[in-house]
Design a protein around this ligand. Sequence first.
Ligand SMILES: [Zn+2]
Length: 348
Amino acid sequence: MQLAIATLLSTLLVYTSNAGSGGWDHDPTSMIGPKYWGNVSAICRDGRKQSPINIVPPSTIYQPYPALNLTVPEGNAVFKFGNGGHDVSGHPVVSSGGNILLRGGPLGAAYKLHNIHIHYGNKSMPASEHSVERARTTGELHAVFYNSSFTTLSDAAADNSSSAIAVIGIRFAAGLWVNESYYHAGLQSFFENVASLTYKGNETTHSFNMSDLLRPEDIDRFYTYEGSLTTPNCQETVQWLVMEKTQYVRSTLIDAISHFRSGSTLTSKLIIGNARPVQALNGRTIYRNFQIPQSEPSIAPSTWRTGNAPASTTPVVSTTTSGVSPIAAAPVVLTTTVLVFTFATLKN
Ligand SMILES: [Zn+2]
């Protein structure tokens, strides 16, 4: 009997410690890691429209969507930033000016901003959630919006509609360059604002302008598809908008949050690496709103898989050597391979 009580107590203790982080984590070796999220919500295991996914640009379909459009009411530039245990995020403090709204693209209505948060790794451990040609970048920022016909994100997530929620994904890579203009100022501002949130529950309030994070040129080229939230309960109510461009952040800013904890003590797990593995496409179509030039290779060179890519506005399809990193030579290697192949074909 004593043994039974001891077992029960230890079970309760384990449950309590898991419950502290919501009963799931991103650790692939953990018993509550992504492989076991089906125990939290069956949709995570059985769903057919799960996210994130791997994007293969030549397999995507062009659609001339209207431009995405972000409206930031005047004076609405205060965010509450917090360490939520699974990620670090910023929530807009809604002023009398109203909500920050997203319209356009495939969206048939105005969508209200819920939060911005990041999934991140480091230079040697890429942790963007979406991959392109199986290549992940250092991390991915998500700007989560929900259809303004709902009162809260939870209401939208509980709906059966496949587009109750819209999430913008911006993949970013760590860099270290002299030229400050290579970095994305809005993204860097996010990192600076969360830099002190080491432990779960830490919060701070700062001014933050969404117009600097999602400038028109940041959201002009995107992939879009029907998917899900990438954390439990994995509801399949998300119209994804994954930006084509990789943005760049000073590596020291990303390194500064590498020690962030998923709990309130120094012994709790690290948040870094908080990316879900890519999920099966299951026949879904991925659309894009931009043309891929026929003459340029659309396959990302394998040497960019660390996410430590050179600065460029369109790094995935770039064939120039204008970057300052030695890795900039990678596209030339690919082009040479293509030329050699063509030559060999002609010879035969
Ligand atoms: Zn996310």
